[in-house]
Design a protein around this ligand. Structure first.
Ligand code: FES
Length: 72
C-alpha cells in the first residue's frame, strides 16, 4: 500500500527501513529511503507503521516479556 504519494513510498519500504535502521522518526526513515517528506500528510500513518515495526521487533526479541521474579 502506498503511504506517501509525494515520494511513492510503500508501507513495506517504511517498515523494512525502520526495522533495519532502528530509526523511529518518520523524517529520518524517509531520508534514509532517499528523500524527506514534502507535504507531510503521510507522516502520522508512517509514524504508526514505524511504531508497529519496532513493537514487532521487540516482541521477536522477547523484550516485552515480563521480567522473571527474583529467586526466593
Ligand atoms: S504524501 Fe508523503 S510527503 Fe506528501
Amino acid at each position: 500500500m502506498y503511504v506517501c504519494l509525494c515520494n511513492g513510498y510503500r508501507s513495506s519500504e517504511i517498515e523494512q527501513t525502520a526495522r533495519a535502521s532502528g530509526l523511529s522518526c518518520p523524517v529520518a526513515v524517509y531520508e534514509s529511503l532517499g528523500s524527506g517528506p514534502c507535504c507531510g500528510t503521510c507522516l502520522p500513518t508512517a509514524k504508526s507503521i514505524i511504531e508497529d515495526a519496532h513493537r514487532g521487533r521487540r516482541r521477536a526479541a522477547n523484550l516485552d516479556a515480563p521480567l522473571p521474579l527474583a529467586a526466593e
